[in-house]
Design a protein around this ligand. Structure first.
Ligand code: C2O
Length: 566
């Protein structure tokens, strides 16, 4: 099947939120951007035209891009940016993929406003491995800044400090009733009593992990990052930026209005953030006379323009802002659904060809400027971040282009398999600014032979205080074998080789670890990075270079003729 979409013009749009009118970058003038609907195995063709004055590229987050690395989207990794006035047509197949994914800008901090859902339904005639919902709703969680996002990014780079928190957390572009000037800027979902709904929830937030819950309603998780899971019930979700969940929810409560909430999850202490909950509304509409309401109540429930008047004062009970135990308990319940006709079998690699240990975390550079405004990081330094003590520097041409055309001098193929020194990463991190905390800047890739099975142990380091790192891998989904708090210990870590979830983004816990495995069977250059945008800016990223295999179906085809140049 061919799915011709677009053109997708990216443009600047004026928007008024929280009492202030600003100019933001949008797709089709929409914030969040338009939803792409497709079916499993569809071919997607999107012509992106850049009508903004900025450089641009679009990434299809979670799409595995089998043999289509050229269309993956991260700027300076698989393509040069689409320059102002230029177009690029992305073409790829949603091969054996399903569920809730999303697309977003993958350059500077434009993802803040340039993002939208990518919904992949089962094949024609196919069905979900769970009860067919009465209706589906897509809920895009995000963060909104009143400040111009390009200026914000520039300020963070210039100052060496942490970015300020956002001004509101938002549901499908709506801050909800409790912010300044936003009483009627509320996202509301209508439900009918006794019906079951599928909520497709996406966290697109720039720099914040989020809890999500619905007052008085339990949720049944059925999918994570576009792969089916064994259903389990929960009162809350925790979504890192880059993660998606599908949940079933049944309207089994008395008629009324119930808050949906999103609240920050932030165990780190060093960084400023907005510690405020945002709300949307689950609104029961009367389905029949049998659901008897008093006339006043039913009148109120159809007055959507003033939702605050008839709110039931129920708010969901979410974990505290730093409650890592609850998060671990939640993520520990996520398991792949067992093989059946609905998707590919669980195929956890049992033998490992390449074993990697990545120490990930924040660091500080000593500040080379005498201007205190430029030294706003910890202890008068400049914030940085690293993987195995290497702060990633983006090259001047795309890595894929440099690799494919044998251009020399843009990267080296020596990304270390493990840190130079192994120590107690969580507790004994050196905090001698300018000595051990100072990483090396470089553009290095880790080279993988086609078909290798790869294990990566991620270990958060406490160098500048610990923090969560939602690590996202392009080009693959991986099995998440386990995660925990503290230093990784191979003798005590319980790894699930039986039914681990198959994901594209793992929340590596603050002061903790996570273990993933994947099969390097997709040639190209694949970015791996923290999906907290500021951490990527600081350098918490690296790239894998997967070599061609022997057969035609194992070889990366040449670039498309309209591939953007630098
Ligand atoms: Cu969703 Cu590299 O990103």
């Amino acid at each position: 099947l061919f799915l011709m979409l677009g053109p997708m013009p990216v443009q600047t749009t004026s928007i008024t939120k929280l009492c202030k009118t600003s100019t933001i970058v949008t797709v089709n003038g929409m914030y969040p951007g338009p939803t792409i609907y497709a079916r499993e195995d569809d071919r997607v063709i999107v012509k992106v035209t850049n009508l903004t004055p900025y450089n641009l590229s679009i990434h299809w987050h979670g799409v595995r891009q089998r043999l289509t690395c050229w269309f993956d989207g991260p700027a300076y990794i698989t393509q040069c940016p689409i320059q102002a006035g230029q177009s690029f047509t992305y073409k790829f197949t949603l091969l054996n993929q399903r569920g809730t994914l999303f697309w977003h800008a993958h350059i500077s901090w434009l993802r803040a406003t340039v993002h939208g859902p990518l919904i992949i339904y089962p094949k024609q005639g196919g069905s979900y491995p769970f009860q067919t919902p009465f209706q589906e709703h897509v809920i895009v969680l995000g963060e909104y800044w009143l400040q111009d996002i390009q200026e914000l990014e520039k300020h963070v780079k210039d100052s060496g400090g942490a970015p300020p928190g956002s001004d509101a957390y938002i549901f499908n572009g709506h801050p909800g009733p409790l912010h300044n000037c936003s009483k009627s800027d509320v996202y509301s979902v209508d439900v009918t009593k006794r019906k079951t709904y599928l909520l497709r929830i996406i966290n697109t937030a720039l720099n914040m992990e989020h809890f999500f819950g619905v007052a008085n309603h339990s949720m049944t998780v059925v999918e994570a990052d576009g792969e089916y899971t064994k259903p389990f019930n929960t009162s809350f979700l925790m979504l890192t930026p880059g993660q998606t969940y599908n949940v079933l929810i049944t309207a089994d409560q008395p008629n009324g209005k119930y808050y949906m909430a999103m609240a920050p999850y932030m165990p780190a202490k060093r960084v400023p953030f907005l510690n405020k909950t945002s709300y949307a509304i689950l609104n029961y509409i009367e389905s029949s006379k049998l659901d008897s309401l008093s006339p006043i109540e039913s009148n109120m429930s159809v007055q959507k323009s003033s939702p605050e008047r008839s709110l039931v004062p129920y708010k969901p009970i979410l974990p505290c802002v730093n409650d890592s135990d609850s998060v671990q308990a939640f993520t520990g319940q996520i398991r792949s659904l067992h093989p059946n006709e609905h998707w590919s079998p669980i195929d956890v690699p049992l033998k490992i060809d390449k074993s990697l240990f990545f120490a990930i975390g924040l660091n500080v550079f000593s500040c080379s400027s005498s201007d205190p405004d430029k030294c706003q990081g910890p202890n008068g330094g400049v914030f940085a971040a690293s993987v195995n003590n290497i702060t990633f520097k983006r090259p001047m041409v795309s890595l894929l282009n440099a690799y494919y055309n044998n251009l020399e001098g843009y990267y080296t193929a020596d990304f270390p398999d493990k840190p130079e020194k192994m120590y107690d990463f969580v507790n004994e991190a050196p905090n001698n600014i300018g000595v051990d905390t100072q990483p090396v800047i470089g553009t290095q890739v880790s080279v993988l032979e086609y078909g290798w099975t790869v294990q990566v142990i991620f270990q958060d380091t406490g160098t500048i205080g610990t923090e969560n790192h939602p690590i996202h891998l392009h080009g693959f989904s991986f099995y998440l074998l386990g995660s925990g708090i503290g230093n990784f210990n191979s003798t005590t870590a319980a790894l699930n080789l039986y039914d681990p979830p198959y994901r594209n983004t793992v929340g590596v816990p603050a002061a903790g670890w996570a273990v993933i495995r994947f099969r390097a069977d997709n040639p190209g250059v694949w970015f791996m990075h923290c999906h907290l945008e500021v951490h990527t800016t600081w350098g918490l990223s690296m790239a894998f270079l997967v070599k061609d295999g022997k057969g035609k179906m194992q070889t990366l085809p040449p670039p498309p003729p309209d591939h953007p140049f630098c």
